[in-house]
Design a protein around this ligand. Sequence first.
Ligand SMILES: [Zn+2]
Length: 399
Amino acid sequence: MTPKSPHPSPNISRISDKKRAATTAIVTTPKEASCSYLDQDYNTQITTCQVSTEKEIIEIFQPKRKNAELLAESFSRLSLNSRAFRSLNCGTVIKFTHAITDQGIDPHGHLAEANFCRDRLCPQCSARRSLKIFAQVSKIMTHMGNSYEYLFLTLTVPNCSPEELDSTLTRLFKAFDRIMKRRNVKRAVHGFFRALEVTRNDQTDTYHPHFHVVLAVHPSYFHKSDYITQAEWLQMWRDSYGDQSITQVDIRKAKAKVDGDLGSVVAEIAKYTVKDTDYIFPGDPDKTDRVISILAGALKSRRLVQYGGIFKALHKQLNLDDPEDGDLIHIDEDLHPALAYVIFTYGWSVGAYKLTSRKILGDAKLIDPNAPDGSVMNIDLDAPINQIYKYPFDPKVIK
Ligand SMILES: [Zn+2]
């Protein structure tokens, strides 16, 4: 299959004048006919959208998808066959939509559909999960507004050998539960979000599991007896983990202002659990298999992220889905109603994403007053002229 893009002159330009005028009407309204965006040719707008989406695909999706193939090969060698099958087929079809409003076509595309595998170690799904967690935590913290201040806590333990990773994680999770149940912590901390991160030291072949935690405290925390010093945090963590040799606990005040540094604070905790560069080694299948078998076993059935207290309550109240197993497609946007959508579909084929279809989908009535009720406009931008209009009678086509 050869890529169809770019299309300097999409077929839409060949449709009849009447239909062309009607189609153009979805991006214009008489009252705004003098707006400057109208100077931009409709085809140019679509091409701009396509170029922007393909840039994102090439820079972000394609490298992850290539690593998903290496992961699948490793799973297969390790006889983890169902995981191999799922990751091999992860993200092989991805659809991007660009909203058409009376302001024109949004050049920023949104992922609207994809066949993600959701495997813990899948590079593609991990990237989406990280974005999703970022979006969820940001939303929750924005909702909390100025009622809380935030502490950024990093809980580390000494590096462990590959054989010890599983038991170290079990101990780490128990220690976290213990420290959160301490009386002074319960008094001062009103909620938390915690994320597990595991890094690997390639020189020593050791693992470094640790928690990144955001704690919500009242603004009065810093002036009252509730305040917990760094030394107290360290001693509590030593006691909770049962290891007096731990030398460090990082605790600091996070910038809590919604329009300030919140993004960077959240970005730091919404990282990947394990970076794919720590377990996928192109050209070294033996090492890849060794590390993947350790991680696949140790991460199995663990809650990689967790909300507690006010974070948990708001997660529920805001109707957010499971950060690990929920929707990995629609993550960072509130869906704004659009008149119609330009939709680009890409399929994975021989090491690269190739464009497989370009469509405009929307309310048929907007361009054809005679369209049956509830029908959906479906313009195939690359179809022969006589097949351009279809009414599939499926209003649910637009997501
Ligand atoms: Zn995946």
